[in-house]
Design a protein around this ligand. Structure first.
Ligand code: ZN
Length: 333
């Protein structure tokens, strides 16, 4: 950068720098400045990046960020699907994570997060199903109806949407929000009996087996893969106990498992305290009920919402925990 008293900028000594030399010097400096800018410019986006404390991390699967076209922006303090309504001014997230040590809270409040600081705090990844069926409908409910938030939405076709920098505390899992990041996986949910009418309005069968259908009330689905037909990864209704009660469910899609494994592996790189494991009982199996809050807050890894709260069943009995964890570990090696 030129200092103000450099000869070029000094109007009192024009004779020492005739016009041609001055122009040549100017263009030479311009070239240097442009080269320097190119050297420091961020690499082009591959659209598989997630963002934590302002830094990008590749996942190897498609990610749409909150500021991308067609993205879902939880920083907005207004409804996403009723833009004619004036902003309501309501934050859908918490700007500084709760219960930080006093010094860290003061620093983060004053100048924002550093990644190493965030790494010391974030240690849980919470998996939800959205009972909304599509990420578009899920965001509509969170943003426009309930003033809630979650960092990621995972649509039926495997597209991941990130709605907030992972530094923010999203409102998705009550007392676990302060130490966690979360994902809402697009899915109709689980039900207390087989072929429950609330479940069957989301599914039909054809020669290829079970397939999801989108009820008319959804209108536009927002699914980015045109003509995509979501099919459960396992072609049968599955049942299992959550909190000791039996539920029925059809599985998530192959595309969702594929994307989720990559997201888990990436999150483990971003936040090493998020281990690629879930809460297990003495028999070694993934627990099917909640942990007491002090145990959950002491856990480091991937949990279902039902591990956090007794009144929740997501991601349900059909969810393939061992498959997800195995694939995520293989990707991390
Ligand atoms: Zn949930």
């Amino acid at each position: 950068m030129l200092s103000l008293d450099s000869p070029i900028a000094n109007p009192t000594s024009p004779a020492r720098f005739p016009l041609r030399s001055a122009l040549a010097a100017f263009f030479a400096l311009l070239a240097v400045a442009l080269l320097a800018r190119c050297a420091s410019a961020p690499p082009p986006r591959e659209h598989d990046e997630i963002v934590a404390a302002g830094r990008s991390f590749h996942t190897g699967t498609q990610v749409v960020l909150w500021h991308d076209q067609g993205g879902y922006d939880a920083y907005q303090t207004q409804k996403r699907f009723k833009l004619d309504e004036p902003p309501d001014g309501q934050l859908r997230y918490r700007k500084v994570r709760a219960d930080l040590p006093a010094e860290l809270e003061a620093n983060v409040t004053a100048r924002g997060w550093r990644l190493d600081e965030l790494r010391a705090i974030v240690r849980v990844f919470v998996l939800h199903f959205d009972v909304a069926g599509t990420s578009r409908q899920c965001f509509k409910i969170l943003q426009d109806v309930r003033n809630l938030s979650v960092h990621f939405l995972l649509d039926t076709d495997g597209t991941i949407y990130q709605t907030l920098d992972l530094q923010e505390q999203a409102h998705h899992a009550t007392y676990a929000n302060k130490v966690s990041v979360g994902v809402e996986i697009a899915h109709p949910g689980c039900y207390p009996r087989q072929r429950h009418p609330d479940m069957m309005r989301w599914y039909e069968q054809d020669e290829g087996g079970w397939r999801m259908k989108f009820p008319a009330f959804l209108g536009e689905t927002g699914v980015r893969t045109k003509g995509f037909v979501p099919r459960p990864a396992q072609n049968e209704g599955l049942s299992g106990a959550i909190h000791g009660t039996q539920y029925w469910q059809l599985d998530f899609t192959e595309q969702q498992y594929h994307a989720l494994a990559r997201l888990c592996a990436a999150l483990h790189r971003v936040f090493p305290r998020i281990r690629l494991d879930a809460p297990r009982g003495e028999d070694g199996a993934v627990l099917t009920t909640n942990l007491p809050p002090e145990q959950l807050l002491g856990f480091e890894g991937i949990v279902g919402h039902f591990h956090v709260q007794r009144n929740k069943t997501d991601p349900g009995p059909a969810f393939q925990w061992e498959r997800l964890l195995r694939e995520a570990r293989e990707l991390s090696q």
